[in-house]
Design a protein around this ligand. Structure first.
Ligand SMILES: Cc1cc2nc3c(=O)[nH]c(=O)nc-3n(C[C@H](O)[C@H](O)[C@H](O)COP(=O)(O)OP(=O)(O)OC[C@H]3O[C@@H](n4cnc5c(N)ncnc54)[C@H](O)[C@@H]3O)c2cc1C
Length: 494
């Protein structure tokens, strides 16, 4: 492990009785949770403030967990993953309803919520129910919900209480941004929150915005048989990913009857009882039962009164932090989506943990540069490290090793004949520079490459490794051999 990079200068030596808590965390999403638990494990007195019905944050209630459970339900009920084996008409259930999908989603959300509550209780973290608002830089007013819950199970009334803390972590996340010219009626024109309250699966849908959330939902509805049109202002989508992988994804989505309108702007959406018509600036009109907007997200800081703590937010409601997640007020930290990129659950967790460690003088390891990206489209995409475009731009030479699932026994067994794994390898050092996976279990498989990269390993390890057979992990060995053979050819000709 890397040596500690920095330790907070104002380490809390003994118990600080001048405040109600050593740490107050605002928001119980992944960032807030992990900050709270990390501080509690250090023996600190900790409270988390969360609004009613939002335990676990956007992650558990409206974002990651519901969307990924929905995806799993779609994959299972449509029989999509098995169509390669049993034919295009294969279905587990013919008429899939919203209730079929939501039953699984609500079950998982409920269980996750319980796990989080139990974890906070076990670690003696108080859960204060309500909306937090700064009074000054150490005091926060908890407004709203007439109930609260202490870690010992005692309930208390929490209409209005002011709590003070030596350190504060802001982990209030984001909400979908809503363009002012669009009227969201929560029925026909919705955002990614509204999609979870849909009454029926639409026969046709316009998705505005081909970012990760937009394209994930577009692929889920396409797999359900909805005719989806994706409208994106930019000329392409997911341009931070490997271009070949994005091409494969687009090919698959087109195969599921998705239409892409790149380089197009929405100028208006009209709604009637029968449906919607989306008008593009180019004059095209797209009729659809439902329109889903996925046009970026806005930091949830408008109710926080951050100015009372001497802080300010940018035009998207985000807080600025330094490398230790400290805001302009050094005892107030901010983590998770409210600080912006990469706005992922796993990253938020790690930021929360590191903020708490820094706040209480624990050594903080420097963050590993190798973090994975997972995009849960159907089929899924995942990568870590550099893309070919990035390496080319930086003039870093690389060789490519590719393995296709259809050439793996496990690929045939699971009926995935389109998946692929691509390794980018340094011809000089044989170091892995990037790992790109498309297809079944991509988001799991990527971690093998991440571990090798994180430990400074090379492709030679994969060439010599014996892997379980038949597995999709075998793709690593095949791709490693492919890259090595190409490097050898280069050496022979040199
Ligand atoms: C549809 C969708 C799908 C996603 N899929 C993935 C995925 O597959 N993988 C992935 O890694 N990430 C995914 N994300 C992103 C992921 O959900 C976020 O990165 C993560 O939830 C951010 O965590 P956070 O700690 O910033 O808090 P959040 O989860 O955003 O939660 C913030 C919490 O703060 C609370 N809060 C706000 N203001 C106050 C206040 N004043 N007082 C008290 N409480 C307050 C809110 O009620 C909320 O519960 C997805 C997001 C969406 C929307």
């Amino acid at each position: 492990m890397d040596p500690p990079t920095d330790v907070s200068p104002d380490v809390t030596a003994g118990p600080d009785t001048s405040h109600d808590y050593d740490l107050l965390v605002i928001g119980s999403g992944p960032g807030g949770q992990k900050a709270a638990i990390a501080a509690a494990k250090l023996g600190k007195r900790v409270a988390v403030v969360e609004r009613r019905g939002m335990i676990g944050g956007v992650c558990t209630q409206t974002g990651t967990i519901p969307s990924k459970t929905l995806r799993e339900a779609v994959l299972y009920l449509t029989g999509y993953a098995m169509r390669g084996l049993y034919g295009e008409s294969y279905r587990v259930k013919q008429d899939i309803t919203v209730q079929d999908l939501l039953a699984r989603t609500n079950f998982v959300i409920g269980r996750e919520e319980e796990v989080i509550r139990a974890q906070l209780q076990r670690n003696r973290v108080d859960l204060l129910s309500g909306a937090a608002r700064f009074v000054d830089e150490h005091a926060v007013e908890v407004v709203g919900d007439p109930r609260g819950e202490r870690s010992d199970g005692r309930r208390f009334r929490g209409e209005h209480q002011t709590v003070t803390a030596a350190k504060i972590v802001v982990a209030t996340g984001t909400r979908p941004a809503r363009p002012p010219q669009v009227e969201f009626d929560e029925r026909r024109v919705v955002d990614s929150d509204g999609i979870l309250a849909m009454e029926q699966i639409p026969a046709s849908m316009v998705v505005v915005g081909a970012g990760v959330i937009g394209i994930e939902y577009a692929s889920m509805f396409a797999a359900l048989g909805t005719r989806v049109t994706v409208v994106e202002r930019r000329p392409q989508m997911l341009d931070f990913c490997d271009a070949e992988v994005v091409e494969s994804l687009k090919f698959h989505l087109r195969d599921l009857a998705v239409t892409f309108r790149f380089g197009e702007e929405v100028s208006g959406v009209s709604v009637s009882e029968r449906g919607t018509v989306t008008t593009l600036a180019s004059g095209k009109k797209i009729p659809a039962e439902t329109v889903m907007y996925s046009a970026g997200r806005q930091g949830v800081t408008d109710q926080l009164a951050v100015e009372r703590a001497g802080l300010e937010v940018d035009d998207r409601g985000r807080l600025k932090v330094d490398e230790h997640f400290r805001t302009a007020a050094p005892h107030i930290y901010a983590v998770g989506d409210v600080i912006g990129f990469p706005a992922l659950a796993a990253t938020s967790m790690e930021q929360g943990r590191q903020a708490a460690y820094h706040a209480f003088g624990e050594p903080v390891p420097s963050t590993s540069a190798v973090s994975p990206f997972g995009i849960y489209t159907i089929p899924e995409v995942s990568y870590c490290g550099a893309t070919e475009a990035e390496l080319t731009e930086q003039s870093v030479p690389y060789e490519v090793g590719i393995s296709r699932y259809r050439e793996l026994a496990r690929g045939q067994i699971v009926g995935d004949d389109y998946g692929m794994l691509k390794l980018l390898v340094s011809p000089d050092t044989h170091a892995l520079l990037g790992v790109h996976v498309f297809g079944t279990s991509a988001t799991e498989l990527v971690h093998i490459g991440q571990a090798i990269m994180g430990c400074g390993g090379t492709v030679d390890y994969l060439v010599d490794a014996v892997l379980n057979f038949p597995t999709l992990s075998e793709a690593y060995k095949v791709a490693a051999l492919d890259a090595t053979n190409k490097i050898r050819a280069l050496e022979q000709f040199a």
